[in-house]
Design a protein around this ligand. Structure first.
Ligand code: HEC
Ligand code: HEC
Length: 349
């Protein structure tokens, strides 16, 4: 019974209505798409110059899954952001691109990406639209030029008419590719975990899960909530140094700001679906949640840029049982419906 309820709830997440203000230049009507945000998440900010439409999302979804975006037509965005793996890759610590060369970072999940303020571990992209060019042209990812992508799409039997439907023009540009993919990414919403169901009084947490939540919040124990705020997106998206290395190999945020005070700082990730997105951290160095917690409890280094929340923490403040409890709580953050959302799978036509 409950399964059926949850499934129909998901189908309701996107609702459509025609919007007369979204007329294309040729007078064709877009179908305005309202994101129906589930309880537990705030309204999503949508940029005024890229309103959501049914046709834009459908085009973005097709592009996201299409190998045409890579130089040798073998990989797509979905190769490294697989829905069945909660939108990360399934190959290990570091992502590998079309030439079989590994990058330096762990793939990041894309659910609730529409809430993020900056993109990539170092915040190197300032908006979801401009982010799209990065993976297409990156030599260790799709390794293609925008000129080639545009000419392949322009001579494709379907794409010109799909761009026309979405944006009112069949002249394909980088900007329109970015806008369509970003529209689809904004529909990747995940907020139906056991924790959310508990918040909605639809289920109960076990005693161990409740203890784990208290440890998460307790400033003298886990103190996870300062950075991965409980509820909503489970992150404030800020950049922090969590003391992984005395001398950071990857300079992180400093690569963008060029400030030495930003060395070793990385974007704080969401902890939603965290039990499903191992390995962990920007370089995928930890394989289990327990290892992550042991880092915060014992192994973090007192580096110069260490986050103030950790600088003041004593080591070994959590017992082994408390770590087990915290892991049990983190497992309640998995949204099992997300990977079955029929609106997010590879389109059929
Ligand atoms: C070869 C694997 C690979 C491919 C292909 C790939 N990505 Fe990624 N993606 C990654 C990795 C690795 C990161 C983290 C990169 C970093 O921080 O430098 C990432 C990060 C992102 C982020 C930032 C997430 C965040 O929370 O800040 C977005 C958005 C994204 N990718 C979307 C896409 C889109 C759209 C495509 C297709 C155009 C794509 N990716 C193709 C591996 C890949
Ligand atoms: C000072 C802020 C801060 C605190 C406190 C904090 N985290 Fe984090 N967390 C981060 C940042 C930043 C990262 C990314 C670090 C990196 O990759 O270099 C991260 C990464 C993680 C990851 C890996 C996520 C992924 O997608 O790879 C997990 C799991 C995690 N934290 C769990 C916790 C838990 C559990 C607690 C409490 C015991 C906690 N964090 C406390 C800031 C914090």
């Amino acid at each position: 019974m409950r399964k059926i309820f949850v499934f129909s709830f998901l189908l309701l997440v996107v609702a459509c209505k025609p919007d007369p203000e979204l007329l294309n230049s040729d007078g064709h009507n877009h179908t305005h798409l309202d994101l129906n945000i589930p309880p537990g998440l705030p309204p999503m900010p949508i940029p005024a110059d890229n309103p959501m439409s049914v046709e834009g999302v459908a085009l973005g979804r097709k592009l996201f899954y299409d190998n045409i975006l890579s130089a040798n037509n073998t990989m797509s965005c979905a190769s490294c952001h697989q829905l069945s793996h909660y939108t990360i890759d399934s190959i290990g610590a570091l992502s590998v691109g079309i030439d079989g060369i590994a990058g330096t970072r762990n793939s990041m999940p894309l659910f609730n990406i529409g809430y993020s303020k900056t993109f990539f571990w170092d915040g190197g992209a300032a908006n979801l639209e401009s982010q799209v060019i990065g993976p297409i042209t990156n030599p260790v990812e799709l390794h293609e030029t925008m000129t080639n992508v545009i000419s392949k799409l322009q001579s494709h039997p379907q794409y010109p008419s799909l761009f026309k439907k979405a944006f009112g023009t069949d002249v394909i540009t980088s900007k329109l590719i970015m806008q369509a993919v970003a529209q689809f990414e904004r529909t990747m919403i995940s907020a139906n975990s056991k924790f959310d169901q508990w918040k909605r009084n639809e289920t109960t947490l076990t005693e161990q899960e409740m203890r784990g939540m208290n440890i998460y919040l307790d400033e003298t124990k886990g103190d996870c909530g300062h950075c991965h705020g409980i509820g909503s997106t489970f992150t404030d998206f800020e950049f922090r140094n969590t003391g992984l290395d005395s001398i950071p190999v990857d300079k992180g945020r400093a690569l963008i700001t060029l400030l030495s005070t930003d060395e070793g700082k990385f974007k704080t990730p969401s902890l939603r679906n965290i039990a499903k997105t191992a390995p962990y951290m920007h370089d995928g160095r930890f394989n289990t949640l327990r290892e992550c917690i042991e880092h915060y409890n014992t192994n973090f280094k007192y580096t110069k840029n260490l986050a103030p929340e950790l600088k003041t923490q004593v080591k070994n403040r959590m017992s082994s049982t408390e770590i087990d409890d915290l892991v049990a709580f983190l497992k309640t953050l998995t949204d099992y419906d997300f990977i079955n959302n029929p609106n997010l799978t590879k389109p059929t036509e």
